[in-house]
Design a binder for this molecule. Sequence first.
Ligand code: GAP
Length: 447
Amino acid sequence: MEKNKENLLEKVVGLCKRRGFVFPGSEIYGGLKGTWDYGPLGTELKCNLKRAWWDYMVKQRDNVFGVDASILMNPKVWEASGHVASFTDPLVECKTCNERFRADKPADIKEHEELHAKKKEKVTWTEPRQFNILVEAKLGVVEGEKTTVFLRGEITQGVHVNFKNILDSMHPKIPFGVAQIGKAFRNEITPRNFIFRSREFEQMEMQTYVKANDKESMKIFETMKDLRMKWYLDLGMNKDRLRFREHAPDERAHYARTAWDIEYETPWGWDEAEGIHHRGDWDLSRHAKFSGQDLSYFDQETNERYIPWVIETSAGVERPLLYFLLDAYREEEDRIILKLHPRLAPYKAAVFPLLKNKPELVEKARSVYSLLATHHHSLGPIAWDERGNIGKRYYAQDEIGTPICITVDFQTLEDGTVTVRDRDMAEQKRVKVEELSGIIMKGGYLF
Ligand code: GAP
């Protein structure tokens, strides 16, 4: 690992807390394991990430539709989808301290054994048993008669149960995609690595309905794999830290015929960012059977009626978000820089008056700030800072990834130019106020 990447996860966790990206959930009450709250900057970053996904997967592609389904669904959905029977992880318990772990995560098991070994204790484990990770909730107003429902374990089923509604309202032609972004919940046995594995998280998914045909479905599967990899690269992620990995047959989820992960090289090794799954006709056939509804598609091209197959791309929001932060983190001499892609950066620019005790400078800087904030609200907010000296303000913005800092000084009052300072090169240029919008639109690249 490169020198300034030592303890990288700890450094990023520290930065996230210090600068308002991510806080432990319910912190003042001692927290709740596997939950995280997003602060002001984390909220912007998350929003930018989801928007980058939606623009790329939905708006820039043909024949793709969005839905926003309920988190709470009829419990029969989860029987049909196979999650009640098969959404399980193998659980083992340490007989010495009763802590529970996933039997299929050897690194976690080893780490725990080493902890005991330091105390000269030898660990023995219970036999693995399958533990269902669906989260239950109770609905209803009469005590004793409440219905047990599940918080959705994947957002996918909200799309498949609306397949007929999409057909009837949008009349799409196969192949077509249905996209969704939303929360999912899993009673993870071992939440860990910061936001990497939590009990409440978000997913960004595209279900593509395709002809029930091996050759065609695999062609779309390959296209989806490439499309998804390109998304990370277009957003500036280091290509040497990304790879594909195919799931072994015994590793695949119960619905998957073929599955590949996009993985990122994290400080704890290669790990999953997202999955591309060939779900065959699993979902629609099962929902047709359990609901008694006809979920077939009539193909006018071939005059055939069939249950379409599904190619799914399923990304979390938090894992890519963490990977973008890890990837962007730099220490250069005495400054910390988050070299985030400008699309992802929480603030698109920062505006400073050179001195906060000169009303004419503050007033002019405020007018530049308002101009840019009004103009660029669709890209994201603009930061304002008048505390401390300029050097400290630059460092503070570098640390949160703001692409450019704009300083209004005495020369601005005379000739309408400002100093623009670039995050990555730490170099400065004088430009006219009218040029600022163009620079922000270009992503803040000055040189
Ligand atoms: N619909 C398919 C599906 O849910 P998955 O591989 O179980 O597939 C997809 O999950 C993605 O959701 C993962 O690649 C990961 O990014 C994210 N994810 C899954 N479990 C997670 C957890 N406990 N915490 C954070 N993200 C998670």
